[in-house]
Design a protein around this ligand. Structure first.
Ligand SMILES: NC(=O)c1ccc[n+]([C@@H]2O[C@H](COP(=O)([O-])OP(=O)(O)OC[C@H]3O[C@@H](n4cnc5c(N)ncnc54)[C@H](OP(=O)(O)O)[C@@H]3O)[C@@H](O)[C@H]2O)c1
Length: 299
């Protein structure tokens, strides 16, 4: 039997130890890190991988793209896809900073909470995403908008940077999201007064909304936070809260670790999907959401 070999690429100084552990636990026989990789180096690396094995062993090789930039990781996947020379192939997967699987798990958890606790579909909600210039918030916004929700991306430093992100999302994924100015507590309270869902994906250890702000949001149905480092992003939602009613209002809260369990299961599941594949897989945050949704549904 050919060995299952994973080549793990990052544009940074280190690959993520989290991803290395996940890959070996999922069943890879070997994981090799490639660091400081630039976009124009991807094609040569892919062709070195695919031509080393006969075509029918192509699916036993895989390339994983890390880093902390969703767009760069997707560009690397595109470059890798373009370098395949059928029938020579390999599997390709991106999950920069765990963001694709984290965003997928967060949106899947929110979708289930909306359905089960409020009888509401994700597509019928308006969502405010905090931290959308970051890699997790960015993906969560694209996934939610792709599912039909009305998404606002909140810029804590004003509207300019989130406007650029919104333009990029439109160009790359064809989704419309609204950039909004969240540069003060008053502006944030105004933004959340009009949404059914809050997704908080801001930097670790940063509180973005107080309990008072959250409990006063009149239409709020579900709020989810992925920051597990104190103080949490949404005050009053504990990291362990798994669709728990928020004290002081009728909305439900989902904490970082309740999402984290499904983030890990999703990453593990995508890695297993590559190991078990009979043809080359190309896996990004859309596949992560598909799998996260299934895993969350199964409970
Ligand atoms: N639970 C899980 O399974 C899991 C897995 C992975 C990550 N995470 C968590 O997910 C969160 C986002 O991760 P990431 O990798 O996307 O982080 P990131 O790249 O550091 O992005 C964080 C976002 O927060 C913004 N931000 C920085 N300071 C802020 C402030 N004072 N107020 C509001 N927003 C602020 C950043 O803006 P700038 O553009 O200015 O930097 C960016 O938009 C982190 O809390 C991380 O720990 C959770």
């Amino acid at each position: 039997m050919p060995k299952n070999i994973l080549h793990m690429l990052t544009p940074h100084k280190h690959v993520s130890p989290f991803d290395v552990n996940q890959a070996l636990d999922a069943g890879y026989d070997s994981v090799t890190p490639y660091e400081n990789v630039e976009l124009d180096e991807v094609s040569d690396l892919v062709q070195d991988v695919i031509f080393s094995r006969p075509p029918d062993h192509g699916v036993n090789s895989a390339m994983f793209f890390g880093g902390d930039d969703a767009v760069l990781a997707l560009d690397m996947i595109d470059a890798a896809k373009g370098a395949l020379v059928p029938p020579f192939t390999c599997n390709l997967m991106a999950d920069p900073a765990g963001s694709f699987t984290t965003a997928a798990a967060m949106v899947a958890k929110v979708e289930k909470a909306l359905k089960e606790k409020k009888g509401v579909q994700l597509k019928d909600t308006t969502i405010a995403v905090f931290g959308a210039t970051g890699v997790v918030g960015y993906c969560a916004a694209v996934i939610a908008a792709s599912e039909g929700a009305k998404v606002k991306i909140v810029g804590y430093s004003g509207v300019d940077r989130v406007k650029k992100r919104a333009d990029e999302m439109k160009e790359r994924f064809g989704v419309d999201v609204e950039p909004v100015d969240g540069s003060s507590d008053e502006k944030n309270s105004q933004i959340i007064s009009d949404v059914e869902v809050i997704l908080s994906a801001a930097k670790a250890g940063i509180q973005v909304l107080s309990k008072e702000q959250i409990t006063k949001a009149p239409k709020l149905l579900v709020a989810a936070d992925v920051n597990a480092v104190p103080p949490v992003g949404l005050e009053g939602i504990d990291v362990m809260d798994d669709t728990v009613k928020i004290d002081g209002c009728e909305a439900f809260g989902i904490g970082a670790l309740a999402t984290g369990v499904f983030k890990s299961k999703t990453e593990y599941g995508l890695l297993r999907q590559m190991i078990e594949a009979e043809e080359g897989q190309v896996l990004d945050f859309r596949h992560a959401f598909e799998l996260a949704r299934k895993l969350v549904d199964e409970g």
